[in-house]
Structure formats: structure tokens, C-alpha cells
Design a protein around this ligand. Sequence first.
Ligand code: UD1
Length: 374
Amino acid sequence: MKQAIATLVLGARPQIIKSAPFIHLAGKDKEINLEIVHTGQHYDYEMTKIFFEELHIPDPIANLNVGSGTHAQQTAKIMLRLERILQEQKPDLVIVPGDTNSTLAGALTAAKLHIPVAHIEAGARSYDIKMPEEINRRLTDHCSKLLFTPTENCTKNLTKEGINQNKIHQTGDTMYDVLLQQLPKAEKTTILKQLNLKPKTYALLTTHRPENVDNPKNLKNITEATTKLKPLTIVFPAHPRTQKQLRETKLYSKIQKQKHIKLIKPTGYHETLKLIKNATLILTDSGGMQKEAFWLKTPCITLRKNTEWTETTQLKANYLTGTNPQKIVKTANKIIKNKKQIEKKLKQLPNPFGDGNASKKILEAIKSYQIESN
Ligand code: UD1
């Protein structure tokens, strides 16, 4: 039987992490020839290469080197450069994970060349159309032939939008797969020691969403809230976009003067898991970290007004505060006060994100699809 060529298009930090278990499985499978194309959306060592090294991901067949730019520039550059590669490689399938500009650009390019698209992490919805990721998710889902959903809620979202049931495969979340696989290595990292931290004495803060960091008022609000959480040390690995905005708004030096805040470079995957697991609480606007906090049983405060991971808020493991400093501080203090009780409750919650075998189920579904369409 002819080996099917599948091209996996990725380019931003979370896409590399969540694709790792699938890449390893597909790499061992004789029926699939998986080729990775890196769009170059992320390019700093801490944003991309580190994850290839930590997760032993083979080198991409191409890097499109699109770099930073406006949404249109980034998306259009990926499309132009990817089209050439897809025309040469003629893959049987293009796989796109997540919800970034690389996801949408990959899906659109393939769909227009009539190459079937498979979307990993389909059906997530925040219903906030101003979020670039929400636009990316919706459009990608609607031009995909195979939609792999992480939860029942995501499946329901797609059904509501009229997507044919035959296309939807509820597999569970590949981010949960990778977390389970990598946790032993994460435990071994020395990041707590390096940062002079004791378990459960600090909060982990990350923020990178444009609505928070590109808006000086929101960025100021978030930093103001953290200065009021003094009983806790705040560990703040800042995304390059955030670092840039902190410098431009002169908040960088203000934060550096706060002795209880440790402003550091973005951490690797293993270090991040260790930091999440041992934190008293998480403050974040990241989609992925809300779920990682949930799986590692650490309470999470989400610095947004909405979330696509409503499973975590419904189970009361994740609290939405937006960027209102009073609300952030009040919620954090409540968590600190009821620490033991919350910890116990988190340990008993069901996991709506599957059983850690999502990548295996995705590979099986892709193979059956290939057989049917050949
Ligand atoms: C992107 C994704 C987001 C994902 C996030 C993870 C979109 C629309 N957003 O957001 O869903 O959660 O990645 O990090 O695709 N920069 C660097 N070096 C890098 C990468 C970025 O300096 O390696 C800076 C640049 O100033 C750039 C800015 O970060 O302009 C934004 O990068 P971009 O890729 O547009 O989006 P993210 O904010 O990273």
C-alpha cells in the first residue's frame, strides 16, 4: 500500500507542545509519512526550538520564516509560502493543531488546493469574536474534513454550527497526552531551586493576549494586582510580546523594583509544568495553562472575561476575573484562605478532556480516513 503523506503545519509555541505525542506515534507508523512544516510564526529560542529539543521532535522539512507582523501579513505570508510547498509535496492530508494564525493559514491554503484538512483541538469556542484565536478556530473548523474534539462540549459546539457528525471525532485533548507523558521529566527540573522557591508559596503569572498586553490600561491593571499579592512571590515568565509592551509602557522597571516579583524569560515546557504543579495559584490569560492548571490540581485565575475552556470554570477550578485588579486580588485572597479545601476539591473533579490517548485515536481516525478515500 502507498504510504500517505500528511503535512503537519505548526508555528507557535503551544502547537509544538500539543503535537508532540502525535508526531512520535505517526513517526513510528508505516502507513503514514508525516512531514512537519514550521511557519516561523515563533522564532525565538525560548518560543520554539526549546520545545523541539525537550520533546525530541524531528526537524521540520521547511521553515517558512514568516516572523512577526500584522494578522494579515502573517497569515498571507504563510499562505503564499506554504502553497508552493504543498504543490510540490502533494500531501494526502494537511493537519493543523490549535487556533493560531498558522492554524488558519495552513487550513485555508490546503482547502483551496483541495487537500483535506484535519483540525486537532476542534470545536473550542469562547464566543468572543474579537479574539484572533476565535476567528481562527471557527474558520479552520468550517474548512476541515476531520475535526478532532478534546471534549464533549467542543463536539456540541460544532454540532450547533451544523457541522456533519461524520466529520467529528471526539478523541480527548492531546495537551493532556503530552502532560502525562512528560510529567516525570518535569518533576526532575531544578527550576524551583534556581528561582529559590518553596512549593505552594508563589503564584505563577503569564499574560500575552493582545487585549491584555497591547492595552496599557489592562497591562497596568494586571501588574497593579500582582503588587498587592505580597504574601506570595509572583513568578512572571514574560512572553516576548509582553516584555516589549512592559518596556514601552515603562512598567518593566516598576516590576523589577518589586522584590516579591520574579520577572523571567519564558520557561521551557518541563519547567512550566513543574512551576504550575507547585504554585499556590495561577494567574494567566493563556488557553493551554488553564487546562494544565486543572490537570495538575492548581487553582487558576483567568485574566479574561471569557474562556473557551468552560469545562474548567463550570467545575469551579478556574475563575474568570478579567483584568479588574480588585477582582483579581479578592479572588486570589479567597483561594489563599481556602487553600486546603480547594486542593481537596480539585483532586476529586472528573476530567472532561479524555484519557490521555487522544493522539492515538487521532492517528487511527486519519488512517481509516485515508483507507476510505483511496
Ligand atoms: C500566538 C497565538 C496564540 C498563542 C500564542 C502562544 C495567534 C493569533 N496567536 O500569539 O494563540 O496562544 O502564540 O505564545 O496566532 N515575538 C517574539 N519572538 C517570538 C514570537 C513572538 O519576539 O518568537 C513577539 C513579536 O513582538 C510579535 C509578538 O510577539 O510581534 C506576537 O507574536 P504572534 O505570533 O503574533 O502572536 P502571539 O502573541 O505569540
